[in-house]
Every structure is written in C-alpha cells, then in structure tokens.
Design a protein around this ligand. Structure first.
Ligand SMILES: [Zn+2]
Length: 80
C-alpha cells in the first residue's frame, strides 16, 4: 500500500510531540535537531507552548480583570 500523504493516524501519532522553535516560533517536532523554517539548531531548546503564549495568557488575565472591574462598577451603581 502506497500512501505518500500523512494520514490522520500519522498526525495522531505525533500529537503531543509538537514543539515550537524558540527562534521563529514555527511548529516543529519536539525532538527535531534543526528548525525546518529558520534552520537554527534547536535541539534541547524546543518549547512546548507557542512563543507568544505568555502574551496571550497576559491578555486573558487583563480581560478577566476588566470584566471584574465592570462588574464591580455595576454593583456599585446598583447600591446607589
Ligand atoms: Zn525556527
């Protein structure tokens, strides 16, 4: 059986082994020696979260704080 394209099964097999290049943020296999996109040696430096994850977590936190402030203001307006 000739199957040149990666099947869903192949993709599942690599699920959980995806890492991110610390230099360019490309998705790479987490045991890759070199990044296929920027070609820098990434062995042992591969992150398991997207490079911008900290920023998105921070913005999610900011949204929660803003919502909490809005709720607080609404509660204070109700008291008056
Ligand atoms: Zn890279």
């Amino acid at each position: 059986m000739i199957d040149e394209d990666p099947s869903e099964e192949d993709l599942d097999r690599f699920a959980g082994e995806i890492g991110y290049c610390p230099d360019c943020g490309a998705e790479v296999w987490d045991e890759a020696y070199q990044c296929p996109r920027c070609e820098s040696v990434i062995e042992g430096r591969i992150g398991h979260a997207p490079v911008d994850r900290a920023a998105s977590l921070l913005s999610a936190k900011t949204v929660i704080v803003l919502v909490a402030l809005i709720v607080l203001v609404l509660v204070l307006m109700q008291i008056r």
